[in-house]
Design a protein around this ligand. Structure first.
Ligand code: GAL
Length: 703
């Protein structure tokens, strides 16, 4: 898939198999005829009476999709080469009779104990040399031949048996790829990967700067994964190991995909990515291999920031997917954050579900259908809680089902153009995350995903739509492109940014971007070496601030954590430090290049200052929010483009009711939008309008 492809239309019934071409070639976007609702279901945990009760409850809640088999390896293959699919046949027959479709997982995230005993070498080795064993899940060495063979075999078996089933909505390959291995199999395949990347040991030694600390490699066999060592690792080795691990897991996934395709199944392929903390994959290259991106999203914040986080996860997924995507899992109710469970109210569960859909999800699926009574995740919430179906939780699930039925027209995709129109792009690449995780940087407190999220949050708070952008992609549709903390940049990426500005784009680059090449070797002559010319600046020194210290700028902004001793070469100074050691020196600059500008933010703006900064950039560029004034009242407004209609999602996170006028029906309540739709705090609405039709926020008579 290419990022931001114009989705071609395809409509499939939710109970008919969606067709796709093999991933890696252009494929039809994921377009079921109704939003998918349901979630992971593990019938192997329950007796048959419970299955029947579950299916009855699913019908009541209008559930149309379950994800099966995710951790069923031991039930499907109780001993090596011995298959037991009878129970799955029965489950599929039961749901099919009830009109419920399914994603079928390959169960390879959790090999059974027999596998470990037969193939101890296929267990992963931790960084510290400890070889893990079974007893949990995700315990496999992805490059072990025995694991790969066993994975292909079970994928093939499932594809032959179920690959053409009319209820199959798609393949859920594995679950959350992400187990890193430092064992001998990984060492072998890491070396092969390095040979492909560098060609010769001489080049590797140069790229990895191995002349420092006597690390020079004289033979490929001397190279290992970055296992526990006495002191600091070599940063180039660390980042290459992350890249290799992502590529290695991707090749395991592609093998499964090919096995399934070879068995004749044409159902769409996905694997579930995860946010916020799972950073083991380079998502763009994975998306290239999938028919649709799916996401498991577990919120790590409460309060209003949780709503911003929903938008962040959704915008990333839509961007990775290049259009529609699938929310594969969210928590039905509480989530354990640190030392306690943070509840999610039923109303919030509904609002979040619509938040994902507003930004391109074709589903609201959950982990999991029925909360487990035993096992390691017995305290993870379910759509059917431990207390059973006579609960407010299950009532809310039924309400969600009927809301999604009422907004079904919004599932249809536009004939051309993006699902959500954005004029702001934020550059995203896993390299940035991995680079800032290497130890012993000038500051360990600057984290890539926090920086990207802080930038996204500023636009979310302003009500301005955002896409994420792959380095090197066509960025011409974005009037503003922000590069937060992308530490390594290749020469081609720098040229690409230069061309973007030359052609009239507004580029905002922050500290810790363009510092190094792909091997994390710093460009000499002042930071950010790779972007100095474009930005018209030169940083002599990085000056991280002590925790809690804040410094004012002369434009009213306040910075924390990070400052730099910056000089301009030909950039204009937009703001200077008003205090401290750097008083009077530039903090924010702008250089005119071609028809555009390249702005440099050398200090870490506090969130409120960051919000004000980006709001002013947007205002200068006349980039407007989807509905002026709404965000300030806590109303999130997202215009999802559809088939001959725009669906305007109104998600009210604020505390006072609001009224929005738009010429069309509100699909959930049936109110006539022309006379104004009133949305109460915590509620949601979806207006169906003609494409591009205006929207208005009405002043509210206080009642
Ligand atoms: C997900 C995972 C599920 C379940 C869930 C619990 O990351 O895919 O299998 O563990 O977390 O919240």
């Amino acid at each position: 898939m290419s990022a931001h492809e114009a989705p071609a239309r395809e409509t499939t019934s939710p109970s008919a198999p969606a067709t796709s071409s093999t991933a890696g070639t252009p494929c039809a976007p994921f377009a079921p005829s109704a939003f998918l609702v349901g979630g992971d279901w593990s019938p192997e945990q329950w007796d048959r009476d419970t299955w029947r009760e579950d299916v009855e409850l699913m019908r009541r809640a209008k559930v149309n999709t379950v994800s099966l088999g995710i951790f069923s390896w031991a039930s499907l293959e109780p001993a090596e080469g011995v298959y037991d699919t009878g129970w799955l046949d029965d489950v599929i027959e039961l749901i099919t009779a009830a009109g419920i479709g399914f994603f079928l997982a390959t169960p390879t995230a959790s090999p059974p104990p027999w596998f470990t005993l037969a193939h101890p070498d296929a267990m992963p080795v931790r960084e510290d040399g400890v070889r893990l064993t079974h007893g949990s899940r995700d315990t496999y060495a992805v490059s072990a031949p025995a694991y790969r063979d066993a994975s292909r075999r079970i994928a093939r078996m499932l594809a032959e048996r179920y690959g053409s089933h009319p209820g199959l909505r798609g393949w859920h390959l594995h679950n959350e790829y992400g187990t890193l291995d430092h064992g001998p199999h990984a060492a072998r395949s890491f070396r092969t990967w390095l040979q492909r990347r560098y060609g010769s040991l001489e080049t590797l030694n140069q790229e990895w700067s191995t002349s420092f600390w006597s690390q020079r490699y004289g033979d490929w066999e001397e190279i290992t994964p970055p296992r526990t060592t006495q002191y600091l690792h070599n940063p180039a080795q660390l980042i290459d190991f992350r890249r290799y691990s992502s590529d290695e897991m991707r090749s395991a996934m592609v093998e499964q995909r090919e096995e399934i395709r070879a068995a004749g199944s044409s159902a769409p392929m996905t694997t579930n990515f995860m946010l916020p903390t799972w950073n083991h994959l380079e998502q763009w290259s994975w998306a290239d291999e999938l028919d649709v991106v799916s996401l498991d999203h577990y919120l790590d914040t409460t309060g209003p920031d949780a709503e911003a986080h929903v938008a962040y996860g959704s915008d990333l997924s839509r961007s990775w997917s290049g259009g529609p995507w699938v929310l594969m899992e969210q928590n039905a109710a509480g989530i354990s954050l640190g030392d306690r469970t943070i509840p999610k109210s039923p109303q919030r569960m509904i609002r979040h579900s619509l938040g994902y859909i507003a930004r391109g999800s074709q589903s609201s699926l959950f982990f999991q259908w029925r909360a487990s009574l035993g096992g390691s995740e017995q305290w993870h919430s379910g759509l059917v809680p431990h207390a059973g179906a006579s609960t407010r939780r299950f009532e809310a699930v039924c309400e969600l089902g009927s809301i999604l039925e009422r907004i079904a027209p919004a599932v249809r995709l536009p004939a051309d153009g993006p699902l959500v129109e954005a004029e702001v792009g934020i550059l995203w690449h896993a390299d940035g995350w991995w680079a800032l995780e290497t130890p012993h940087l000038p500051s360990d407190t600057i984290r890539y995903s926090d920086e990207v999220r802080a930038t996204h949050r500023s636009f979310w708070r302003a009500g301005i739509p955002v896409d994420f952008v792959r380095p090197g992609a066509d960025a011409s549709r974005y009037r503003l492109l922000v590069v937060p903390c992308l530490y390594p940049l290749t020469g081609e990426q720098v040229t690409w940014l230069e061309q973007y500005v030359e052609a009239g784009g507004e580029l905002v680059v922050t500290y810790l971007s363009g510092i190094s090449d792909a091997s994390l070797r710093i460009e000499p002559g002042g930071y950010p070496g790779r972007l100095r010319e474009l930005l018209g600046v030169r940083v002599q020194e990085m000056l991280p601030l002590e925790a809690g210290v804040q410094v004012a700028l002369d434009d009213g902004g306040v910075v924390e954590e990070w400052t730099e001793l910056l000089e301009t070469t030909d950039a204009e100074v937009l703001a200077v430090y008003a205090q401290g050691e750097l008083r009077g020196l530039p903090a924010i600059t702008s250089s005119a290049r071609g028809s555009g500008h390249a702005v440099y933010l050398s200090a870490r703006l506090r969130q409120d200052s960051r919000d004000a900064f980006f709001a002013s950039v947007a205002e200068r560029l006349e980039i407007v929010p989807t509905l002026a004034g709404a965000a300030q009242q806590g109303l999130e407004v997202v215009r999802r483009r559809g088939d001959g209609a725009d669906h305007v999602f109104l998600l009210h996170h604020g505390s006072e009711s609001v009224t929005v006028r738009g010429d069309g029906p509100e699909l959930i309540s049936g109110q006539d939008g022309a006379s104004g739709v009133r949305i109460e705090p915590g509620d949601v609405g979806v207006l169906a309008l003609a494409p591009g039709a205006p929207l208005e926020l009405l002043p509210h008579p206080q009642s």
